[in-house]
Design a protein around this ligand. Structure first.
Ligand code: SAM
Ligand code: SF4
Ligand code: F3S
Length: 473
């Protein structure tokens, strides 16, 4: 069972929150304005959820928020390491902040998250980006108040990177993005070590939260008016394996389904090797679990799957999809695909296209392989040229776009229950929300419907979204 951060450690952080708050109150009196913080997130939902915690701690410490880096007193970038372009973006942003800090030296620049959990990146920041005041890794998130306090009081850069397997910190303050929908992390880390992926190195080993902690968080969310819960983990199907009690992901799903006030449950991600018949059955039986499954297959060729250390074959993947489709007819399917993994040939890529055509996903998230230092795949050589890889990527999108459009066309005429997220930036009469299968639905309606569930008749299908008309009750 994973170690939990002690109450004493959490109390210590609370005392730093109070110290920051006192200083911020003094600052407000002296300067006639509140101190402002800016946060930016690069990366997955897990990172978004971590940023909500960072913002929660900042808010309790008396900071207000801005989106303008020129006005911010504290800037915190929560970074991602999964692909090189995510890292390049952060370095680009740090370059811009350097100029701002020249005119406002009191500004605090913090960088945290997955990217800085890698030693070569931290070294680069320390040597090339000396204007960064605070660097903390994924395992030190709960200690942000203490680290920020130190960064505001010492001239030297504060660096806190632990290379431990990670602990679990409960009850970190949180400021959620959305009142209706919430992410709830049920576990952290990953044990799968897919050969291309940096996540296990930067997030540590799999650690499951206790069912009590998860259910308490969901109950609190429901009490505050939230109705849609997305359970998060790098591989939710491994949930519970590290706990002392007999419990698995299906059990948690059922427990959340039983909570009165929860309307919709989503989850991600699932590793195909661990998708059990029990989970399929649970999804089928639980009325609040959305009939939607994200099941990343990454590549179609068995040789590439083996090199990726994915531990399933194309045939096994397709068989699981068949079972899911049979048990839950009409289920909406999505996946992740990597194009241009080292050693991938044109023939290998044809297997990826074949899986797309056989499964007919509703949508896919496709990525060009990005070499990650320290992962086993980084040592492998490429067979295809960059141009050939890009051509394959374009073809993948072309094949999928046709499938996505066809899947969406089948929605025309249907009545879908939509949770309204907001209105269009250009036209406030156009509302946008998601139906059970998570497809985006746009329709005309009054802004007062934001946050509510409404019935919408689908009238038109696009590749990425649906249009419809509100059915007035
Ligand atoms: N744990 C989840 C899973 O296995 O489905 C998500 C992992 S990762 C955050 C999301 C996606 O990024 C992966 O499914 C994979 O397609 C992609 N990815 C991971 N490492 C990559 C790399 N080195 N280059 C390109 N894409 C990568
Ligand atoms: Fe990365 Fe594989 Fe773990 Fe997903 S399951 S986070 S792709 S190592
Ligand atoms: Fe997520 Fe990126 Fe970290 S995808 S787990 S933020 S490396």
């Amino acid at each position: 069972m994973a170690k939990t951060v002690t109450n004493e450690q959490m109390r210590q952080q609370q005392s730093f929150i109070l110290k920051l708050k006192e200083e911020n109150q003094r600052f407000a009196v002296e300067n006639g304005r509140q101190r402002l913080a800016l946060t930016e997130t690069y990366g997955c939902q897990q990172n978004e959820n971590d940023t909500e915690r960072i913002r929660g701690m900042l808010r309790e410490a008396g900071f207000d928020f801005t989106e303008d880096s020129k006005k911010a007193d504290v800037v915190i970038y929560n970074t991602c390491a999964v692909r090189e372009n995510a890292e390049q973006k952060v370095f680009g942003r740090l370059g811009i902040l350097k100029h701002i800090k020249q005119s406002r030296p009191e500004m605090i620049i913090g960088i945290c998250g997955c990217m800085v959990q890698q030693e070569h990146i931290t070294e680069k920041i320390k040597s090339v980006h000396e204007h960064v005041d605070l660097v903390f890794g994924t395992h030190a998130l709960y200690r942000m108040p203490e680290l920020l306090y130190k960064a505001m009081h010492q001239k030297k850069t504060v660096v806190e990177i632990e290379s431990s397997d990670g602990e679990i910190a409960e009850d970190i303050p949180i400021m959620r993005e959305n009142a209706q929908k919430a992410w709830v992390s049920i576990m952290y880390g990953c044990n799968n070590f897919c050969s291309y992926c940096i996540v296990p190195y930067v997030r540590g080993r799999e650690r499951s939260r206790t069912p009590e902690a998860i259910l308490k968080e969901v109950q609190e969310l429901v009490d505050s008016g939230c109705t849609e819960i997305s359970l998060l983990g790098q591989n939710v199907n491994s949930y519970g394996k590290d706990l002392d009690i007999e419990i698995d992901f299906s059990d948690i799903l059922r427990m959340v389904n039983d909570i009165e006030g929860v309307e919709r449950i989503r989850f991600m991600s699932s590793h195909p090797k661990d998708l059990s018949d029990k989970l399929i059955q649970t999804m089928k039986e639980c009325d609040k679990v959305c009939k939607q499954l994200h099941l990343p297959f990454q590549a179609g060729s068995n040789r590439i799957l083996e090199q990726m250390n994915r531990r399933y074959t194309k045939e096994q993947y397709l068989a699981k999809i068949e079972r899911v489709k049979k048990e839950i007819p009409g289920i909406s399917l999505s996946t992740d695909v990597i194009v241009g993994f080292p050693t991938e040939t044109k023939e290998d890529f044809e297997d990826t296209i074949d899986v797309l055509k056989k499964v007919e996903f509703d949508n896919i998230f496709s990525f060009i392989y990005s070499r990650r230092e320290g992962t086993p795949a980084a040592k492998l050589d490429f067979v295809l040229t960059e141009d050939e890889i890009h051509a394959n990527f374009d073809r993948l999108l072309e094949v999928q776009n046709e499938i996505s459009k066809r899947k969406n066309d089948a929605y025309v005429g249907r009545i879908e229950k939509v949770l309204v997220d907001g209105s269009s930036k250009n036209d406030s009469d156009i509302l946008s929300g998601r139906c059970d299968s998570s497809k985006i639905v746009n329709f005309k309606g009054d802004k007062s419907l934001i946050g509510k569930y409404v019935d919408v008749r689908i009238t038109e299908a696009h590749t990425w979204s649906l249009n419809g008309e509100l059915i007035e009750n």
